[in-house]
Design a protein around this ligand. Structure first.
Ligand code: PLV
Length: 326
């Protein structure tokens, strides 16, 4: 019998209340702990779903990635018994390359930023007849990521609705997925705070320009947010009158500070891409937005997507501290 049941690769992640953040913001802060997913980030939700739909008969998958999408693709491919190739830019740390290889992936390092690696992955998909797994720009990814909001809603229970959702934006896949999830649970009126670092700010640049634009370069250490162009759908959502999306930037120093605060408070080490979202709490951005009237006062519970990331360990943390000391 041919079993058509889709196997899922992601886990239901914990929703934790953080008391010190809650005290700081004067509202309950809930952390959706996507760092605890297999492969280290939320990416497994979308990529697991995508591969179940499109890669079952495949000869193998090829993914272009700043690191974490590749980690998810490698994990899923291994579970599906498929070979995986992950193309990363030279900005990807040795640590991630090693972790990708540990997941059984063949790693190719091409170009300086993700966009260069992506061009090579598309070429490989064509010449080697592999299934191309995009890291952020595909409706199946968004459908998969949406499950994190559905889960959060179930954990919060009936009658509890967030005052805002806080997340990081790279190419915009997480944002699109969260919006899908908000639609699914009837929370379209919940404002989204979309964070990037200065130098990896393609979403913010698109909003400022009134159209999708391509950054000249990625200059942030948050390389996993480093797509030069945000996906069209994320930009379209930013223009929708049905949604409130607040796009804000933090510096690399603020993201790094947030990582260290979070390590002390939650005993969890996340990478810079995730630090960008956490920095909105630790840098005082939330009350600033409230003072500007862009977020309500009082604010309902804040739902923070702790997106995770594999590009960090103690050595990497020390080296970031050295680099960003100013
Ligand atoms: N990282 C992608 C895109 O890189 C990747 O290839 O892994 N948080 C973490 C830990 C991430 O790794 C990413 C994306 C994001 C947030 C942002 O998600 P996105 O790209 O869907 O907006 C270039």
């Amino acid at each position: 019998m041919n079993c058509t049941m889709s196997k899922r690769f992601h886990l239901n992640t914990p929703l934790l209340e953080n008391v010190s953040m809650s005290k700081q913001l004067g509202t309950t802060v809930y952390l959706k702990m996507e760092n605890s997913q297999p492969s280290g980030s939320f990416k497994i939700r979308g990529i697991g779903h995508f591969c179940q739909q499109l890669a079952r008969q495949s000869r193998g998958v090829v993914c272009s990635s700043g690191g974490n999408a590749g980690m998810a693709a490698a994990f899923v491919a291994r579970k599906m018994g498929l070979p995986a190739t992950v193309v990363v830019p030279s900005s990807t740390s040795q640590l991630v390359v090693r972790r990708l290889q540990d997941q059984g992936a063949t790693v190719r390092i091409v170009g300086k930023v993700w966009d260069d690696a992506n061009a090579e992955a598309l070429r490989l998909a064509k010449t080697e007849e592999l299934t191309f797994v995009p890291p952020f720009d595909h409706p199946l990814l968004w459908e998969g990521h949406a499950s994190l909001i559905v889960e959060a809603a179930a954990s919060l229970g009936p009658g509890v609705k967030p005052g805002a959702v806080l997340l990081s934006v790279g190419g915009g896949g997480l944002l699109c997925g969260v919006i899908h999830g908000l639609k699914d649970v009837g929370w379209m009126d919940v404002p989204i705070i979309a964070m990037e670092t200065v130098g990896a700010d393609c979403f913010n640049a698109a909003i400022k320009a009134g159209k999708v634009v391509t950054l000249v370069d990625i200059t942030s250490e948050a390389t996993c947010l480093g797509a030069k162009t945000v996906c069209q759908r994320a930009f379209e959502y930013s223009q929708s009158s049905e949604l409130t999306i607040i796009s804000e930037l933090v510096t690399d120093q603020e993201a790094l500070h947030a990582i260290q605060m979070f390590l002390d408070e939650e005993r969890v080490l996340v990478e810079m891409a995730c630090g960008a979202a956490l920095a909105a709490v630790y840098s005082g951005l939330i009350p600033r937005l409230q003072n500007q009237g862009r977020l309500p006062t009082p604010l309902g519970p804040l739902l923070v997507i702790v997106c995770g990331g594999s590009s960090i360990n103690m050595e990497q943390l020390s080296s970031l501290k050295q680099k960003l000391r100013s």
